[in-house]
Ligand binder design. Structure first.
Ligand SMILES: Nc1ncnc2c1ncn2[C@@H]1O[C@H](COP(=O)(O)OP(=O)(O)OP(=O)(O)O)[C@@H](O)[C@H]1O
Length: 282
């Protein structure tokens, strides 16, 4: 089966900001998190996928159809939850559902009702009168049931409380169970990324650092505490050093060097995901 989405050599300039070039392929059954500091271009990538922003170079295909071409038929195969939502303030959830559902041939009314119940969403209040967290819950309840092969979520949990985040995680895991869909999400919440993402597409001020399998990334870095003073020369794999501690981005080479030089580490540990992301984007 072809990828659900393919981004090839994508570039975009916005005033002094330059995004890309970016290459990314989404396989069915995978969740990719766009990760980077504020202003690194994550939301812009989602807007480019939705054809809300035109690229300067490169292209994007969803289910083999160019999204920047004249045919917009691909739009019913993508669900997009932007941040913030514009134009919904005057309407209640019930009215919004009546607008949205008919555009999506596979709309799942049962899932919509389940989400309304689990998130305890008030469908009769105008959107503007909902709290930011409740607005996010309603957006999600109006997005997941579209049942499209591709789901794009822009910081979906920023305002959610802890129990709601747990419901969100359960819902996403259940939504992915069929194995034939893909998600791209942006998030600053490391718990979302830890629990959901298969791949991390890392951006640094618009530059694409790389796309990494999460498990591989977890094994890529290691911190060592040495009993003795560190040697003055650079240690293979050394990325950072402080006092008797180093962080390596090549644990195999670092450990071979320790072995050859008869250097003993008193302790060693993997880095957590937040530290790894910080190292990649700074
Ligand atoms: N319409 C626009 N005109 C000019 N510059 C823009 C426009 N939209 C976005 N930008 C710039 O593009 C850059 C990337 O913005 P974007 O919103 O994609 O970042 P982000 O990674 O999603 O940030 P955050 O984590 O804060 O949500 C920023 O420097 C932003 O100021």
């Amino acid at each position: 089966m072809n990828g659900i989405m393919e981004i090839s050599n994508l570039e975009k300039g916005l005033d002094s900001f330059h995004l890309g070039p970016i290459n990314l392929t989404l396989e069915p059954g995978t969740i990719t998190a766009l990760v980077g500091n504020n202003g690194s271009g994550k939301s812009t990538i989602l807007k480019l996928i939705m054809n809300l922003v035109k690229p300067d170079k490169g292209n994007i295909k969803v289910l083999n159809k160019f999204v920047h071409g004249p045919d917009e038929g691909w739009k019913t195969t993508v669900s997009y939850q932007p941040q913030p939502i514009i134009g919904w303030n005057a309407f209640s959830g019930r009215t919004l559902k009546k607008f949205i559902a008919p555009y999506y041939p596979n709309w799942d009314e049962h899932l919509f009702e389940e989400m309304v119940k689990r998130f305890d969403i008030s469908l009769d209040k105008k959107f503007i009168h909902l709290s930011p967290g409740s607005q996010q819950k309603l957006c999600l309840a109006l997005t997941l049931p579209k049942n499209t092969p591709l789901l794009l979520l822009d910081e979906p949990t920023t305002f959610m409380d802890i129990p709601a985040k747990q419901v969100f995680l359960d819902m996403i895991v259940a939504w992915m169970e069929r194995g034939d869909r893909a998600i791209v999400m942006t998030s600053h919440q490391s718990s979302d990324i830890m629990k959901l993402a298969d791949y991390l597409c890392v951006l640094k001020r618009g530059e694409w650092v790389g796309t990494y399998e999460k498990e591989a990334l977890n094994n890529m870095f290691k911190r060592y505490w040495l009993s003795d003073t560190l040697p003055e020369e650079r240690i293979p794999g050394e990325l950072l050093r402080t006092n008797n501690q180093i962080i390596s981005n090549n644990p195999d080479d670092t450990e071979a060097y320790f072995h050859n030089q008869h250097i003993k580490s008193s302790s060693q540990a993997r880095l957590d995901l937040e530290e790894i992301i910080t190292l990649l984007v700074e």
